[in-house]
Design a protein around this ligand. Structure first.
Ligand code: ABU
Length: 372
C-alpha cells in the first residue's frame, strides 16, 4: 500500500469508497438547513434517512467496490460511527451527526499526503473518525505517507453570518449571484474553513472554489500549507456553490469538463486555453426520482465522475447522454448504477477518495495568464 495521487486522472490503484450506514438528515445548524417536505423532512425536522433508501444506497456502494476490485483497484472502506448521537464541543452542542458518505468532502490526497479538511457543518465535526482506521493502516504500511489534519475549527456563532438562510432565500437569483460573486455567503472569515471536495487537483495547480462551505481563509490556509503548488481561488456563477466536483471536472491532461449552467470566470477559462486545454461543456443530466437535493446536491451529480485512468471513466449508468459525449471525446465509459447513492451526498467522485494513482507531480500550466 502507498499513498500517492497528484491529479484526478492518473491510473487508479487504491481508492476509498464511502458507506451509507446510519446517515442522518442532520438537524438545522448555522451552516446548513435541510428542507425536503416531499421526502418527509420539512425544515426543522431531522432524523435517519429512510431504511430502504439506506439499504439501496449501500447495495450500490458495495457493488461499485466489487466492480473496482474486479478491475484491479484496491478498495478500502470507512468505519461508520453512530451518527444519531449529539455532537458537542466545549462551545456548542448539536443534536445529530451526518454520515460517512461522501468521503471526498473530508479527505484529499496531494502527493504522499492525506489531509483531513476542516469542514464547517457542526454535524460533520467528528466525521474524520470514520476514516481513522484506514489512515492508521496507511500510516503503518507506507513509511513515506504524510498524515495531516487542518486546524479543527471552533464553529462558534462567530463563524456564521446570523440569519443568512432566511435572508438568502428571499433574494432574487440575480441578487444571490451578486452575493456569490462577492463571496458574501453564510461563512464569515473568523477561521479557515474548507471542504476537501472544493479542491480540484491538476498537478502543480490546485483550484479551490469559494463556496457555502469554503471561505477565503480556508484557501489561504491551503496556499500556505502547499507552498510547492499554485493554489487558485475560483468562483463560478452558481446560486448554491458547494464543491467543485460537479462543476469543473478534469478528464485528462488537456481536457476539462465544464458544467455550463455554472459559468466559469472568463479568466479561468483563458488560463486553461492559453495552456492548450480544451474546455468542454457537459450535456444536460438525466432526470432523478428522488431529487438529490435531499442530500444538498443537484442533478449535476451526473458529471461527478471517477477516472480509472486518462482514457477510462466511471459514469452513472443512467447518464447515457453524458456517456455518449465522453465516448466522443475518446474516453472508454464504465457504467455504474449509482442513482440510489445520490440522495446521500454525491455521485461517483464524491463517494470516493483517491489513495494511490500512478504518476508524479507535473506542471500542466506552464503559461501564466491574468491573475492565474
Ligand atoms: N460534491 C457534490 C456537488 C453537488 C453539486 O454541485 O450539485
Amino acid at each position: 500500500m502507498r499513498v500517492n495521487s497528484w491529479n484526478g486522472w492518473d491510473p487508479l490503484r487504491h481508492v476509498l469508497v464511502g458507506r451509507a450506514d446510519g446517515t442522518m438528515v442532520q438537524a438545522p445548524e448555522p451552516a446548513v438547513q435541510r428542507d425536503f417536505p416531499a421526502d418527509g423532512f420539512p425544515l426543522g425536522t431531522y432524523g435517519p434517512m429512510p431504511e430502504e433508501m439506506t439499504a439501496a444506497a449501500n447495495e450500490q456502494l458495495d457493488a461499485f467496490a466489487v466492480q473496482l476490485a474486479a478491475r484491479g483497484v484496491q478498495v478500502s472502506r470507512p468505519t461508520p460511527i453512530d451518527f444519531s448521537q449529539p455532537v458537542s464541543t466545549p462551545d456548542w452542542e448539536h443534536p445529530t451527526g451526518f454520515g460517512c458518505m461522501p468521503p471526498r468532502d473530508v479527505l484529499i490526497t496531494v502527493g504522499n499526503e492525506i489531509l483531513e479538511a476542516t469542514m464547517c457543518y457542526r454535524s460533520r465535526w467528528f466525521e474524520y473518525l470514520c476514516y481513522r482506521p484506514v489512515l492508521q493502516e496507511l500510516f503503518e504500511a507506507d513509511p513515506d505517507m504524510r498524515w495531516e489534519a487542518a486546524p479543527k475549527p471552533r464553529l462558534t456563532d462567530a463563524s456564521f453570518v446570523p440569519g443568512f438562510w432566511n435572508e438568502y432565500q428571499t433574494l432574487s437569483k440575480a441578487e444571490q449571484l451578486a452575493r456569490v460573486a462577492e463571496h458574501d455567503l453564510v461563512l464569515t472569515e473568523e477561521e479557515p474553513l474548507f471542504d476537501a471536495a472544493d479542491i480540484a487537483r491538476f498537478g502543480v495547480d490546485l483550484f479551490v472554489q469559494l463556496s457555502l462551505v469554503t471561505n477565503r481563509k480556508g484557501v489561504d490556509w491551503l496556499r500556505r500549507h502547499f507552498p510547492d503548488h499554485r493554489v487558485h481561488e475560483v468562483t463560478f456563477t452558481n446560486t448554491h456553490p458547494l464543491h467543485i466536483d460537479a462543476t469543473w471536472v478534469p478528464l485528462r491532461p488537456g481536457l476539462v469538463l465544464h458544467n455550463g449552467e455554472r459559468p466559469a470566470d472568463p479568466e479561468l477559462v483563458k488560463y486553461f486555453e492559453v495552456n492548450d486545454w480544451q474546455v468542454v461543456e457537459a450535456v444536460q443530466p438525466a432526470s432523478w426520482k428522488h431529487h438529490p437535493r435531499l442530500s444538498f446536491c443537484s442533478p449535476w451529480l451526473a458529471v461527478n465522475i471517477l477516472n480509472l485512468d486518462p482514457r477510462t471513466v466511471c459514469v452513472e449508468a443512467e447518464e447515457v447522454r453524458l456517456a455518449e459525449q465522453l465516448d466522443g471525446l475518446g474516453m472508454e465509459v464504465v457504467p455504474v448504477p449509482f442513482r440510489a447513492v445520490g440522495p446521500f451526498g454525491g455521485g461517483l467522485h464524491c463517494a470516493t477518495v483517491d489513495i494511490w494513482r500512478e504518476g508524479g507531480l507535473e506542471d500542466y500550466f506552464p503559461n501564466r495568464c491574468g491573475r492565474f
